[in-house]
Write a protein that binds this ligand. Sequence first.
Ligand code: MG
Ligand code: ZN
Length: 216
Amino acid sequence: MNVKVVGRILQANDRIASENRAIFKENGIYVLNLMSAPGAGKTSLLERTIQGLNGKKKIGVIEGDIATHRDAERIASLGIPVVQINTGGACHLDANMVREALSELPLKDIDMLFIENVGNLVCPAEFNVGEDEKVMILSIAEGDDKPLKYPLMFQESSALLLNKIDLLPYVDCSIEKIRDDVAGLNPGIRVFEVSCKTGAGLDDWYNWLMVKGCRG
Ligand code: MG
Ligand code: ZN
């Protein structure tokens, strides 16, 4: 695709994203766009977060996947309203896909909406969907070279969860290097070291969400 075509696609996307934003505002919904590579732990983080916030926020979820309804089933089993978007091959969610999913959610009964993007470290960061914040997960098993290799996602995110810290003894990954590189790309980003397996570090994340979600 040439640059002009890409520019037009992003412009059209931004227009729909601002319409989505107006819908969220009207319904008092704080929205997070959750991004990561496949397998970093997005759905596990959502399961933990739903349990951790323990009804203090009325949560809704949009699950983006290329195929299958597995993640939506995991979320639905917790009694949370969830819509699955299958992108049929597309490697990111765009504003229009999110718009269509909104008609299937009880918007009046949601204060915090998590949009789990397709697992991919590249283009999810290029497409706004109307969110308040982009948040990303990097599992330490992916390696400490990722921030400099995929800078945009780290630059666009308000928070970074370094997940699977329980694996630290078994992998060659320097948390310090990640923190330094990320600080260079995005000095304002908030970094959490967590394990969705053991629950370590997640209380700080829940507190951050509660503070952010009350500003909406
Ligand atoms: Mg998932
Ligand atoms: Zn894509």
